[in-house]
Ligand binder design. Sequence first.
Ligand SMILES: NC(=O)c1ccc[n+]([C@@H]2O[C@H](COP(=O)([O-])OP(=O)(O)OC[C@H]3O[C@@H](n4cnc5c(N)ncnc54)[C@H](O)[C@@H]3O)[C@@H](O)[C@H]2O)c1
Ligand SMILES: [Zn+2]
Length: 385
Amino acid sequence: MRARAGGRVGSGAPSRRVRVALGERSYPIEIGHGSLDAVGPAVAAATGAKRVMLVTVPPVARRYAARVERSLKAAGLKSRRFVVPDGERTKSLAQAGKLYDAMLEAGADRSSAVVALGGGVVGDLAGFVAATLLRGLPIVQVPTSLLAMVDSSVGGKTGVNVAQGKNLVGAFHQPRLVWIDAATLETLPPRQLAAGLAEVVKHAAIRDARLFARLERQLDAIQALDPAVMVPILQRNCAIKADVVARDEREGGLRMLLNFGHTLGHAVEALRRYRGVLHGEGVAMGMSFAARRSEQLGLAPAGTAERLVGLLERIGLPTELPAYPRSAYLEALSVDKKKRDAHVHFVVLRGIGKAETRPLTLAQILPAGAGGLGGGAGRRSAGRR
Ligand SMILES: NC(=O)c1ccc[n+]([C@@H]2O[C@H](COP(=O)([O-])OP(=O)(O)OC[C@H]3O[C@@H](n4cnc5c(N)ncnc54)[C@H](O)[C@@H]3O)[C@@H](O)[C@H]2O)c1
Ligand SMILES: [Zn+2]
């Protein structure tokens, strides 16, 4: 993975590139500001396609699809737009099936490419369709949510949800190109922006103490979406994700560090039945818990959790697990698909910027009487949002 600075894509604001180094399947992540109007030639060059199947959702289509289509057309590409319903429920086999039919009807063939324009839901669904339709079509990810920019669009994981759980059906399918226009964040709802920042904090907490300090210093400019601050922050985050993915494409070891905060985060999401809590909010609670637990286990120096929780609270993210009984958490954790035997590969912090996995039993993760559940251990109470 290499990073490059100083280019110009789009509105004249600085642009940056990160390369995901995966041999023949390497690809660039292009990060610009106002760069959506320049995506067409890049799609043509990255895919060699003649025809584009553009997948998006109404809130994004309304604002951005016409610009993408104009740019594709100017680059000599035909395109068809497929608008799927907004929301997590659209990540389904039924929706994938509808897309197969509609795309084939629209003339999808080996010279076609898929472009995903939207958040992680669109990226995962369109990625899965691209991985499977005609045994695999090239895909370009054009993420428009912060979570999708720094996390889901990079790394090639695609998939849909089934009744038994989230993301249980899917495929690894690396994109040919990730095209980020940071200006699209201006229309992202603030709560979604905060949820995306949880993953940004996660990257800093597990891999990059300097980034963590930068987030603490520049949070106001980040929340104001100042391009001069935001573009380099996106670049650094994509570089961290790209580096982890390049070293461990299929989640052998290193990639597991990206699950920091996700063990308890997923449990909270499941206990709330995926309603009323965003993924990033669950991750914020899970990271806060894991950081405190890391200190209690003597793995992280005192003060580590306080710094992490402090930053998450400034962002406006929840940092206490909701008050379900311990038995409910144990139950939720034991159905986590990442569970191996009685152990969970639990990601602990060794300090800000440094993480590792520990094989812990559920009882070690959630010892009876330990703090951290439901606003226990005398910390600020739950329910902050
Ligand atoms: N593949 C991976 O490696 C990976 C990693 C993390 C998460 N995910 C998946 O990502 C999904 C969550 O992604 P998400 O948080 O982006 O949710 P999302 O795709 O539902 O987007 C959140 C909301 O913001 C809207 N939106 C997106 N961009 C916008 C913009 N620029 N302006 C206005 N509205 C905009 C969307 O329409 C939606 O309503 C989950 O399904 C999760 O499983 C995948
Ligand atoms: Zn996540």
